[in-house]
Design a protein around this ligand. Structure first.
Ligand code: FAD
Length: 428
């Protein structure tokens, strides 16, 4: 939609077309005649839905327990599924892994999952956007919201256009945490520091991590708040994502129709909750990311497990030698020394968890296995909500990963539904 075709006022404006924004838009459009504008700064809609698009349908994966009970999450997950039409992946042989894990104090969650794949998610998103249009939702892509004005109840776009609203939903995701923070300051919304997840991404041959043949994205919880996250297999590869001042690693895989590369990648993340005197988990994450930029000459670090065990850095000249018999899928990563750039406490807890994982699934710490660093998940500072619909003040809602109300696609969508339920209660 061109900007000149936008109205000067909408009943509801939603900023951000990730799963949280979409969840809110569908709920409102299907249950009211409110005029709705969904604004997205990118040229294609849908934030994180456009990535690998694994959907988790079992509580508590993705649902921060401080905001969600199992009953609340389960009820909304049914509704999320009516839009995303998941094909749940089979899970087999889980008992043997669960029992092995239990013996060493590790928990394996049995989660219902569906996987779309990076190559197929655009079609899913295209369908969702067409449906929203048919429900008379106005959609403005390539349109960035610069700031929110409470006094005049309008948003200002990058080109200076002002658009008024009765109700505003902010769903900017976690990459734009600083933008959200600035808007919360402008609106006088009280917020608190949030957690940050710091960790590594492992890449290995599928034969070294065969659990993925039985369970697509194994959710494994270790002591000291370490967990596996976002496993990719089949046709899997690693990417680096640009944040402000650093790169963070992430993983993708393509749908089953693609030729397999027989590699697996997954993250091992440790959740860090800082207390006084440090005030910002996000800043901490950023500083760690910047340090890796320094040490890698502007990229991310990778090290073979064999080198790491020997206490020597990996080198580009020998990275693919001898036993190190598969090439990294992220070839812009720089061979280096993990222990030089990772805080000791984080490295210790993650390495211990990896050794536990190797006890449950022997082989994952094969010398050829690659450890990439850093994988950093920041969240915005958590707003103080005044009700369970993620309302922060009358007429203002903040939802999705950026607000700490979710940590994944399905939960983000559910947070959008919940905000919409609050608005519908108020407005209809
Ligand atoms: C590479 C990658 C792979 C992932 N894989 C999975 C997975 O397989 N399964 C899973 O559950 N989760 C996955 N995630 C996490 C998942 O993407 C997020 O949990 C989810 O997308 C959060 O939804 P959201 O709506 O809160 O934010 P987002 O999806 O980030 O959407 C926010 C949107 O708001 C837009 N925006 C921000 N600021 C503005 C502004 N000022 N004006 C206009 N628009 C704005 C952004 O461009 C963005 O499109 C992955 C994330 C990444 C990065």
């Amino acid at each position: 939609m061109e900007k000149h075709t936008l109205n000067s006022h909408y009943d509801v404006i939603i900023v951000g077309s990730g799963p949280a924004g979409l969840g809110a838009a569908f709920k409102l459009a299907e249950n009211s005649t409110l005029s709705i504008l969904l604004i997205e700064k990118k040229k294609i809609s849908s934030g994180g839905l456009r990535n690998d698009c694994k959907q988790n349908y079992t509580y508590p994966v993705g649902f921060p327990c401080e905001h969600w009970s199992k009953e609340e999450a389960d009820a909304l997950l049914i509704e999320v599924a009516t839009h995303l039409h998941p094909k749940i992946e089979p899970k087999i042989n889980l008992e043997k892994y669960i029992n092995r894990a239990k013996k060493i104090g590790v928990e394996i969650l049995s989660i219902d999952q569906a996987h779309v794949g990076t190559d197929k998610s655009s079609a899913l998103i295209g369908d969702l956007i067409e449906k929203l249009k048919s429900l008379h939702v106005s959609i403005a892509l390539k349109t960035e919201v610069k700031e929110v004005s409470e006094k005049r109840k309008h948003i200002t776009l990058e080109d200076g256009t002002n658009i008024g609203f009765d109700t505003l939903i902010l769903a900017p995701g976690r990459a734009d945490y600083d933008w959200l923070q600035a808007q919360m300051d402008r609106l006088g919304i009280v917020y608190h520091d949030n957690i940050v997840d710091i960790g590594v991404r492992i890449e290995t041959r599928e034969e070294n991590y065969p659990i993925v043949r039985d369970y697509y994205d194994p959710k494994i919880l270790f002591p000291k708040k370490v967990r596996t996250f976002c496993t990719n297999s089949g046709c899997a590869h690693i990417v680096r994502e640009k944040y402000k001042g650093y790169y963070s690693i992430n993983g993708h895989s393509l749908s089953r129709e693609n030729e397999r590369n027989n590699l697996v990648n997954f993250a091992m993340l440790k959740t860090i909750r800082l207390t006084e005197p440090v005030v910002s988990g996000q800043q901490f994450g950023k500083i760690l990311g910047e340090m890796v930029m320094q040490l890698s000459g502007g990229s991310v670090i990778m090290q073979r497990v064999g080198d790491f065990r020997m206490g020597v850095r990996s080198k580009m000249e020998t990275f693919n030698n001898d036993l190190y018999d598969f090439e990294p899928t992220l070839n812009s990563a720089v061979a280096g020394d993990l222990s030089l750039c990772m805080p000791a406490k984080i490295l210790r807890d993650i390495w211990k968890s990896l050794k536990m994982l190797d006890t449950i699934i022997p082989g994952v710490l094969h010398p050829s296995t690659i450890i990439y660093y850093p994988e950093i998940k920041t969240y915005s500072n958590k707003p103080e909500f005044i009700d369970k619909h993620f309302c922060v003040k009358e007429g203002y809602y903040i939802i999705g990963d950026g607000a700490g109300t979710s940590r994944g696609i399905t939960a983000a969508w559910a947070s959008g539904i919940r905000a919409a339920q609050g608005i519908l209660k108020e407005r209809t």
